[in-house]
Design a protein around this ligand. Structure first.
Ligand code: S3P
Length: 166
């Protein structure tokens, strides 16, 4: 069975995914890392050199490959992956796949993201916590209907990584 981890940037998909995979003795796959490897450049470089539409197009392509090629893995997606094209449908209909939404409040996400925005092209330019809060709030409003289609929703606020993994 594949476990697909979904959630906004900073929701803990990668850290939780790595630990969960180790405990389940599954392999761990990170869609952003797959994209960077296949495209021979960082996500930031892809956004800068080719633009977001190009990124969203290849993100959908590699999502399908990753869902097809893994059978016993924990797969962490990018924060926007389920929200473009038919991606959420592809995830829902993938055989033997359980989707989990790692839900977090605007404040938790903003606290986690403020010092980690440099490698995230969508938020790297936001200079204040207020601007980041506003951006996340707007984005969550648009994206939650996709995230909430997951089979399982886990509220991660005030929980440690180990608690969420358990
Ligand atoms: C994005 C999230 C990023 C990465 C890209 C776009 C988004 O992944 O895919 O910068 O649209 O939310 P993380 O959620 O792993 O930071």
């Amino acid at each position: 069975m594949n476990i697909v981890l979904i959630g906004y940037m900073g929701s803990g998909k990668s850290s939780i995914g790595k630990k969960l995979a180790a405990i389940l003795k599954s392999s761990y796959c990170d869609l952003d890392e797959v994209i960077e490897k296949k495209e021979h450049r960082s996500i930031t470089e892809i956004f800068k050199e080719k633009g977001e539409i190009y990124f969203r197009t290849i993100e959908s392509k590699y999502l399908i490959e990753v869902l097809e090629q893994n059978s016993n893995s924990v797969i962490a997606l990018g924060g926007g992956t389920p929200c473009y094209g038919n991606n959420m449908d592809e995830i829902t209909k993938a055989q033997g796949t359980v989707s989990i939404y790692l839900k977090a409040s605007i404040n938790s996400l903003s606290n986690r993201l403020f010092n980690e925005k440099a490698n995230r092209p969508l938020i790297a330019h936001l200079e204040t916590v207020e601007a980041l809060n506003e951006f996340i709030g707007k984005h969550l409003f648009e994206r939650s209907s996709f995230y909430n289609q997951c089979k399982i929703v886990i509220n991660t606020d005030n929980k440690s990584i180990d608690e969420v993994v358990e």
